[in-house]
Design a binder for this molecule. Structure first.
Ligand SMILES: Nc1ncnc2c1ncn2[C@@H]1O[C@H](COP(=O)(O)OP(=O)(O)OP(=O)(O)O)[C@@H](O)[C@H]1O
Length: 248
């Protein structure tokens, strides 16, 4: 379980997070929604320790993330970055096995390759893709490779940052279904940032909306459509009129 309480972060005069309180239950898929620039990525970066918050606490299984070994902490996470973020100069299998070839998770090369091939198979890619370079793959295939990389070390917690951006609706559906399957199969805790409402519905057990630096609404996906919260209603229906200003 990840417990975030009173998290705040400013950049210069700009207050991005103003006291975020959120509990992310283990083994469930939580999706974070909110307008552009509301601090969704900053929140994830705070959890990963890539951005230092100004105030508040983040606990993982009861322990403050500032205490304890950094390497061991990061080894528990997997991450699918926006745009897949593959290394162009490395073949696909090497991209997937990246974290298995160095650091605390290092394995012998042959074993790392075998794991990479297994994870590629898991996301629907054949072994003949393993020795290609990322530039030789379509955007959807690159996303799958990014997904295989995110699960390569069997992480307990996986972050998906806008997993369907740039994909056609069918490929987006395939990636959503894969994410859902992987999370259920691995029993992993997932946190996804997305603007894509069909992704929210396909992936989420729980939804949290961030607005004006705080969690505006949080609840099970089944309550999303029926909540009277005007911010949620405006957001999920994509209305220009409502309490969320459109001049940003
Ligand atoms: N390192 C940084 N230095 C200065 N400002 C930053 C930094 N990182 C983020 N910000 C600012 O914090 C705000 C929130 O950014 P963030 O990337 O978290 O938004 P987001 O909700 O993920 O947006 P989007 O949905 O468009 O990706 C933005 O105004 C951004 O400019």
């Amino acid at each position: 379980m990840i417990e975030i309480s009173g998290l705040s972060k400013s950049f210069g005069a700009k207050q991005v997070l103003r006291g975020v309180d959120l509990v992310v239950p283990s083994g469930q898929s939580t999706v974070i929604i909110g307008g552009s620039g509301t601090g969704k990525s900053v929140l994830l970066k705070c959890i990963l320790g890539l951005v230092q918050p100004d105030g508040g606490t983040i606990r993982l299984d009861g322990q403050d993330i500032r205490n304890g070994a950094r390497d061991a902490f990061l080894a528990r996470f997997g991450m699918l970055f926006q745009g897949a973020a593959l290394f162009d100069s490395l073949p696909v299998w090497h991209n997937v096995a990246f974290r298995l070839l160095r650091g605390s998770l290092a394995r012998p090369k042959a074993e790392a390759r075998a794991i990479a091939l297994d994870k590629l198979r898991r996301v629907g890619l054949d072994a003949d893709v393993a020795d290609l370079f990322p530039a030789e793959l379509s955007g959807g295939m690159q996303k799958r490779v990014g997904l295989a990389r995110a699960i390569a070390a069997d992480p307990e917690i996986i972050f998906f940052d806008e997993p369907t951006t740039g994909l056609d609706p069918i490929m987006a559906g395939v990636i959503n279904a894969l994410i859902r399957e992987i999370v259920s199969e691995m029993g992993a805790t997932a946190i996804t940032i997305t603007h894509d409402m069909s992704s929210v519905r396909a992936i989420a057990d729980r939804v949290a909306m961030i607005h004006a630096g705080k969690i505006r609404w949080e609840g099970p996906i089944a309550d999303l459509d029926t909540t009277p919260d005007p911010y949620i209603q405006q957001f999920i229906h994509g209305r220009a009129d409502g309490p969320i200003g459109t001049l940003r």
